[in-house]
Write a protein that binds this ligand. Structure first.
Ligand code: AMP
Length: 473
């Protein structure tokens, strides 16, 4: 789910959750969203159904500030979906908070989206010409209009019509007053899990949200699959609305940065994959050093991998203030720079007099790295070697990862040596694309567009796509 402007502007990351058939559906959704907080920190929403009507609440901020116990007690029912959203400035409005809820002729419908639709603009233009009125600036909203315009009778068939018209990245949770549904695009860009809690069924972006409510992880929704939960007895119904792509485009950046390490995704563990990136980094870019430190918390596991492979001791050289959110989320450069200091402080006892190998998961603008190298030197390090557990980020993501614009991505126009000079490190090394892909089980099934510019689903910038469903308008 992201905003509808299609230059190389930042896109949003999100977490989705859904539950069917539990008397405490609302509370469990709240807990699931808290576990998925890392996927979206700007706004949060829950929609629930008691079988008769939908109730909902959305707010700006973290899950625990949006949902007080009073608010939770006003939402009721045995079906619920929830959404956490993460975006950059300009997009920060309550109207864009999800799940979106709409009335159409068949009743109420709610929808939470993780990902980014690449042909939303031509579809929206087409729909607006035909008289549709949009009330958000989200790509996600076209789905509602396509569902409402569909001539099909059942909700599933209407949704299939909509999914066959859109392109790009989507993992959806959808509900009406009686049904919960989940779907993944045929390229499988973003994750979506199915879980079971007693007789109830659960959907979640990551397994940590299943763990937290003590649900059992069953399997991932297949790319091109829609799963429906209509009654406990009927259980899970599965429909294939589009053939799964022969080569999937699962997001490799989930392993690098986005996903929590305590889970599995795209068929393998996040922790072991991230650790393997660190090991590969050590093989590709060895350097003499006394201590390996991570940029906490996102690079901790990759740094452990680097230390294991190199035999150089691992330690924590930076103390993280856990009350500060991810520094990347602050829109202006000056504030972002100050935030680095608020967030991380050097541990002198670890750094003083040492040649430090500092491992980070990625470099976007380079601002963080430059600050951190300075901080580590202030902590007494005699040398700072920066190692990055992903390849140079040269291209923006259009499939749902919040990356800076192309011109802001330091690696898009600068060599590694120029970046090293800018961040003032003694040396700099990135893991290679091949090395990264060798660390995953099925390398042909990942999107690496942010590193190589090979966008697996073409970007539609205004060329109207054929829309057979509404072509009579
Ligand atoms: P910078 O190079 O200053 O733009 O920031 C790079 C830092 O941002 C890295 O240390 C990452 O941990 C973090 N980062 C990378 N990608 C993202 C993202 N999509 N959302 C939030 N933070 C990110």
């Amino acid at each position: 789910m992201s905003l509808l402007h299609f230059d190389d502007s930042p896109k949003d990351e999100c977490g989705v959750f859904g539950i069917f058939g539990h008397p405490k559906a609302v509370e469990l959704t709240y807990l699931g969203l808290r576990a998925l907080q890392h996927r979206g920190q700007e706004s949060s929403g829950i929609v629930s159904s008691d079988g008769e009507r939908l109730s909902f609440h959305h707010g700006m901020g973290l899950v625990d500030s949006v949902f007080t116990s009073d608010i939770l007690s006003q939402l009721s029912g045995h079906i619920a979906i929830g959404h956490n959203r993460y975006s950059t400035a300009g997009a920060s409005t309550l109207e864009n908070a999800q799940p979106l809820v709409r009335n159409y002729k068949e009743g109420q419908l709610a929808l939470g989206h993780n990902g980014n639709l690449v042909n939303a603009i031509p579809i929206r233009n087409h729909l607006e010409k035909a008289g549709s009125i949009f009330s958000t600036s989200l790509d996600t909203e076209v789905i509602f209009h396509l569902i409402a315009h569909s001539r099909q009778r059942s909700l599933e068939d209407r949704i299939f019509d909509a999914f066959r018209a859109v392109e790009g990245a989507y993992s959806f949770v959808v509900m009406d007053r009686e049904t919960l549904m989940g779907a993944r695009d045929p390229s499988g860009f973003r994750p979506l899990w199915i879980g079971k809690l007693g007789e109830a069924f659960v959907l979640a972006s990551e397994t940590c949200a299943l763990d937290v409510i003590e649900a059992e992880a069953i399997r991932e929704v297949e790319p091109g699959e829609l799963v429906t939960f209509r009654s406990i007895h009927q259980g899970l119904e599965s429909f294939r609305f589009l053939p799964k792509k022969q080569n999937l485009s699962q997001c490799i950046f989930e392993y690098i940065y986005l996903a929590r390490p305590d889970g599995r995704m795209f068929g393998q563990g996040v922790n072991s994959t991230r650790r393997e990136f660190g090991r590969q980094l050590a093989r590709e870019h060895p350097v003499k050093g006394d201590v390996v430190i991570p940029v906490p918390d996102s690079a901790t596991i990759a740094a452990l991998g680097y230390a294991e492979e190199s035999g150089i001791p691992f330690d924590l050289g930076l103390s993280r203030n856990t009350y500060v959110g991810r520094s990347f989320m602050n829109p202006t450069q000056d504030i972002r720079e100050l935030m680095v200091k608020v967030k991380l402080n050097p541990i002198r006892e670890v750094l003083a007099g040492k040649r430090v190998i500092m491992v980070d998961d990625s470099i976007m603008r380079g601002t963080n790295s430059r600050k951190l190298v300075k901080i580590v030197r202030e902590g007494g390090a005699t040398a700072v070697h920066l190692r990055i557990a992903s390849p140079p980020n040269k291209y923006p993501c259009f499939y749902g990862v919040d990356t800076p614009t192309r011109s802001e991505l330091i690696a898009s126009e600068h060599t590694i040596e120029e970046i090293r000079k800018y961040i003032r490190a003694d040396s700099l090394g990135y893991v290679s694309i091949e090395g990264m892909l060798n660390s995953v089980k099925s390398p042909n099934n990942f999107c690496t567009a942010c590193f190589d510019g090979q966008y697996p689903v073409p970007l539609h910038e205004g060329v109207p796509r054929q829309l057979p469903l509404i072509s009579s308008y």
